[in-house]
Ligand binder design. Structure first.
Ligand code: GDD
Ligand code: MN
Length: 399
């Protein structure tokens, strides 16, 4: 097999027939196959089967009962199932013109590259198909941020967020990659050292169906960036930072309504502790949630640590504000920053160590730590933290 075209689909029924037709025309004369990796909840699989039955190119359908890893997971599954020497990943909604496929493949072969990125940001390319100004802003903002965070790996890549690229099959080891979020190309580029070239393309308008990009994908993207850039604990750090900002904002808002600063601080703490836990569960440890403990035990453990930290911090807030002529919000922000660092160090130095052994972590922590409540609570909640970090650390971040 010469090339495998991988098309992740989520409810794209109206686009399938045209897509297969245009891919077939574009690949005329090549040995190729199309693999749909589908997580749809509508009749897309039936449409794919019907189109496959009449298609000149072989069309395979992988319909996933469980959409593990979302879009990225689907693409990785497609790569794993591919048989081509080259792989092309593209959207199923015709925003990626199939006529570009031969251009990408030729460019990869001629320039002896491992990856050919179809870029919206090169001369001749365009992202005008994005829905609205807001999407444009998010797209260019996240591209600038991402390139700034990987100045070396992405120095030649103007569009690391594109979902349209060609890849030499044997250049990647799938076990190096984590399926998360929308940005599988970023995952590939950040974790490997591949020869990358680009070709410009015009990102078309979506004609049918609707975009699946949403706030949740945005949050996933932020934690993905953090995890790729800073390795272990970074998702944790990002969530902590969001919590810290939310904490001060809520406290400020309550005070603006006349709430006494201590009451405001306690309310803000309760809201952010719960929010933090939910974010950690969903975005940081989502792949490790079924480690045997129930969500309520994890929640209790998280609560024990954070509750203690909040009590200590709020007591300090009271004494400092009563003793010194400083604004309570400034003190709160500083204390949160200190607490954040302590928590970070605590998790990596104490909490992580017992979790490295396969023996039950909490008992180890209990026997060494005098403040057993806190130690056991966070040791076991971070047994999973180190697990996910292990994954991240196993792969290189940028030199
Ligand atoms: N299998 C599977 N599972 N496919 C999915 C999922 C999922 O959970 N979510 C989305 N898809 C498919 C869609 O059906 C479509 O074929 C493709 O992935 C892209 O999804 P869209 O919802 O159309 O995304 P977009 O147009 O907003 O985003 C595009 O632009 C981004 C850059 O701004 C995509 O090309 C992204 O890949 C790209 O990163
Ligand atoms: Mn799209």
């Amino acid at each position: 097999m010469d090339v495998t075209i991988i098309v992740p689909t989520f409810n794209e029924a109206p686009n399938v027939r045209t897509l297969v037709g245009r891919i077939t025309a574009a690949l005329d004369g090549r040995v190729a196959e199309i693999v749909f990796v589908d997580d749809s909840t509508d009749d897309t699989p039936a449409v794919i089967r019907a189109v496959a039955a009449e298609s000149a190119l072989p069309v395979r359908l992988i319909h996933r009962a469980e959409p593990v890893g979302g879009l990225s997971g689907a693409v990785l599954e497609g790569i794993a199932a591919s048989t081509g020497n080259w792989i092309v990943v593209m959207d199923g909604d015709l925003q990626h013109p199939p006529e570009m496929i031969p251009v990408l493949l030729a460019s990869g072969v001629e320039q002896n590259a491992d990856v050919v990125v179809a870029s919206r940001h090169l001369d001749g390319g365009s992202s005008r198909g994005l829905d609205n100004q807001f999407r444009h802003l998010v797209s260019s903002g996240s591209t600038v941020l991402t390139r700034a965070m990987f100045p070396i790996k992405l120095r030649n890549v103007t569009d690391p967020m594109t979902g349209f690229f060609a890849l030499r099959r044997d250049s990647v080891d799938l076990s190096d990659l984590r399926p998360r979020g929308f940005k599988i190309l970023l995952e590939i580029l950040a974790r490997t050292n591949l020869v990358v070239v680009e070709e410009p393309f015009v990102f078309g308008k979506r004609e049918a169906g609707s975009s699946k990009a949403d706030l949740r994908q945005g949050l996933r993207f932020i934690t993905q960036l953090g995890a790729l850039r800073f390795g272990r604990l970074s998702g944790f750090a990002v969530v902590g930072a969001i919590g810290a900002i939310a904490n001060v904002a809520i406290m400020g808002a309550l005070q603006a309504f006349g709430v006494w600063y201590l009451a405001a601080a306690i309310t803000a703490a309760i809201i952010t502790i719960i929010g933090n836990f939910v974010l950690l569960e969903r975005f940081v440890f989502h792949d490790l949630r079924d480690g045997g403990r129930s969500v309520w035990i994890r929640f209790a453990q998280s609560l024990a640590f954070n509750g203690t930290e909040t009590a200590v911090r709020t007591t300090a807030l009271y004494f400092i504000v009563e003793a010194l002529p400083v604004p309570s919000l400034i003190v709160q922000a500083l204390l949160i920053a200190v607490g954040f660092v302590v928590r970070f160090v605590y998790h990596s130095r104490i909490v992580y160590r017992p979790a490295r052994t396969t023996a039950p972590a909490p008992s180890v922590a209990l026997s060494v730590a005098p403040e057993s409540e806190i130690a056991s609570a966070s040791a076991s909640s971070s047994a999973s933290a180190s697990g996910s970090a292990e994954d991240d650390a196993a792969s290189p971040t940028e030199a």
